[in-house]
Design a protein around this ligand. Structure first.
Ligand code: CIR
Length: 255
């Protein structure tokens, strides 16, 4: 969670046609744009230099740039997003990665993984198998991570959420915030686990950036828990991106 730089992508007007599990949820372009702007400002306020990529009308979900790559100080891995409509987003981020990283490796054909399924902790990297991340992709990723000196574990994403990180986030070196399904799973043995309050399960998709923690505005009790940890809380609106099954972590690549 100590970062200096981020890559984000502005939403296009087509964002309203992004993938979503609830057909009755209707996000607006203006709503997503406002949430994205507030998010970019919060990253900059937390001290990050933010590379803002151009909107891509052909890719409604491309604002959720986290799913296209995994980034570390010493290298990046270009992923292969598991939703067919999102696959070519990887080509659109390739150039930006090349600008920022000397070493970029990439997942091969048939190896699918979304960045939203990857939780990085100082000790290990959790890779959640999901509808987007397959076994081949996860196992290939373990090898790419080993080349960057990181150990990784392949685990199961709870069936109730889209991505592994829809239900968890790293809050400090040894503390993970998790929704009940993951908190009770035993996966995080050895970590301190803070469970999201009832009704605030979506709050698990928070983002620690340096001393600050970005938390969804609709999660006041989670914000209180984070503040009690001695961290600065920045509340951000997320109701429109939530209609697209997304949250705060999805909107940036951070390193
Ligand atoms: C999708 O279904 O791919 C997008 N509508 C939401 C992606 C959210 N990304 C993330 O959690 N990393």
């Amino acid at each position: 969670f100590e970062f200096t730089t981020a890559i984000v992508r502005e939403p296009g007007k087509s964002v309203v046609n992004g993938l979503k599990s609830d057909p009755t949820a209707v996000p607006t372009y203006d709503g997503v744009l406002a949430e994205h702007r507030a998010y970019v400002d919060a990253l900059a306020e937390a001290g990050l230099s933010v590379d803002i990529l151009k909107p891509l009308e052909d890719f409604p979900d491309s604002v959720f740039v986290e799913d296209t790559a995994l980034v570390f100080r010493d290298g990046a891995i270009l992923l292969r997003p598991g939703a067919p409509s999102r696959l070519a987003e990887r080509e659109e981020v390739r150039g930006a990665l090349a600008r920022h990283f000397a070493a970029v490796t990439e997942l091969g054909v048939g190896e699918y993984a979304d960045g939203g399924d990857v939780l990085v902790t100082p000790e290990t990297v959790f890779i959640g198998l999901s509808a987007r991340t397959n076994r081949l992709g996860a196992e290939a990723l373990v090898k790419h991570l080993a080349a960057l000196g990181r150990s990784a574990r392949v685990v199961q994403t709870p069936a109730t959420v889209l991505h592994f990180k829809s239900a968890c986030a790293l809050l400090s070196e040894d503390t993970i915030v998790a929704a009940p399904a993951l908190a009770a799973s035993g996966l995080f043995a050895g970590y301190r686990v803070l469970e999201t309050p009832p009704g605030e399960e979506g709050a698990a998709n928070l983002v620690r950036v340096n001393k600050r923690v970005l938390v969804g505005k609709s999660y006041p009790r989670m914000a209180e828990i984070v503040a009690k940890e001695g961290l600065e809380v920045k509340l951000l609106p997320v109701s429109d991106v939530a209609k697209l099954d997304a949250g705060l972590s999805c909107m940036s690549l951070r390193w």
